[in-house]
Design a protein around this ligand. Sequence first.
Ligand code: GLC
Length: 560
Amino acid sequence: MIEKKWWMQAVGYQIYPRTFYDANQDGVGDLRGIITKLDYLNELGIDLIWIGPFYRSPMDDNGYDVSDFYDVDPMFGSLDDAKELIEKAHAKGIRIILDLVLNHTSDEHPWFMEARSSVDNPKRDYYIWQKGKEVEGKHLPPTNWGSFFEGSAWNYDAKTEEFYMKIFSNKMPDLNWANPELREEMFKVARWWLDQGVDGFRVDAIAHLARDLSFTDSELPLNDHGVAPDWAKFSNREELFDYIHEFNEKVLSHYDCMSVGEVGGGAKIEAGVRYAGYDAQAFNMVFNFDHCWSKGGMDILNDDDKMIVDVVQLKENMAYWINGMKDKGWLPHYWLNHDHPRVISQYGDPEHNHRLSGMMLGTILLTLPGTPFIYNGEEIGMTNVDYESIDDFKDVWVKNNAPALLKKYPLELVLRHLRRTSRDNARTPMQWTDEVYAGFSTVEPIQKINRNRSWLNVEAQEKDDQSILNHYRRLIHLRKNPDYLETLVFGNFALLDPKNPDVYAFTRTSSQKKITVIANFRASTVQFEHQAKAVCLSNYLDTKLNITELRPYEAIVFED
Ligand code: GLC
């Protein structure tokens, strides 16, 4: 029997603060905006909020480039606002977790400014420095490793004539976790926020804290940028687990807090258990990305008609983690976060079956075992962007990579590609009303609003009993109903008909109940037989107890 903790029964909600709600009407979302919307979140039924980074930052990567961990960026408010938010959320029984960025700082962080000032500055070793290579008269980076956001994993620093490592943007130098003093500094940051009353952390980019310190070239073929995309050089490496244990021992284990690490692609169950096994003394959970791209056509050259969801692969990827972690560790579930396209555009059908497909996706998320996380706007079925100009895209990845794409492909193709895959898709302002700025702000927002706010917004869905929003509310209510909680949160999971190419179906069983969830991923009617005792919830009002087929995007929670 596992020891039951509060965060296992929680329903999480991720807020991207920049575009959630703008309380001071300057075009940018803020902490007071989140305070204003606490009643909305309470009514939705969630009880755990993960807030994206709001530390002081030059905003090269929207706050993931931190220049002061102990302060709130004025764009988002003040430390007092943060404290008030924590207090007011707690008063409603809502817990708050912060995004803890341990892998890097901003290049404008005082540590880095000192570190780059001279090779013998005491802070030099907080970062990772190497000399370049002289090859045929050219001064090249120390290795051929690629970075996630642009070109090389190294950037040249002219003053000290060395390269610093940066696996994200040039403005995000990587911290050197091999340095014990640096580790203590980062533990201090975490402790300080826990002492302010936060309930834990989503730990950013955690898989990358350890690198191959032999700094040898990768054997992988070089990509268009002339670098090797060899993430293994700085992902899921052995020394990392020592750092996480130390973090657990010195910080996390002293608080009643929860922690969820972001491990990205590439990690397998064995690593999952080491990151977040019940006995791992590391984190409570880890997010993996395996289910995020189960759709063909993400390649820039693919046409729309080839973009069919691979339901079998999606089920396999999710079941791999659910079954693999069973009895070993707890799992979080999510459809998307701020780094992914909108799930309804990816796996649903926003144009022809917005309501039904949005409800269908919510049904799966909220009936899986583990802790579900809803991403802001998902509960109303917000869609990918409709931008028609490259300038509307704000993400650092687009800024760094669009010029090269435009050299290779026509503008229309690049735009289509970005509208499908870009991180901007999830970052448009939350659509609260049909007003010109979607009730997000009264002035022009920092990021362009999606035009579909005219019909796709919270206000409209609150009035409509059959809206996606009201369906999410019902699903959360069902999950928290004491008669169902044991089964839906802790019960066993088994896929039904795993090879069915159109239907995602599974059972959840406990000693008390058996629940069967059946969801059609297609816009057409498909054959599927089931007979049940009761319909707990469906996205059609007239679902029968005995079915032989599923209607377009039909999603049913049956009690057997
Ligand atoms: C994580 C964040 C992402 C950020 C990156 C660098 O992957 O989710 O938004 O860009 O880390 O901090």
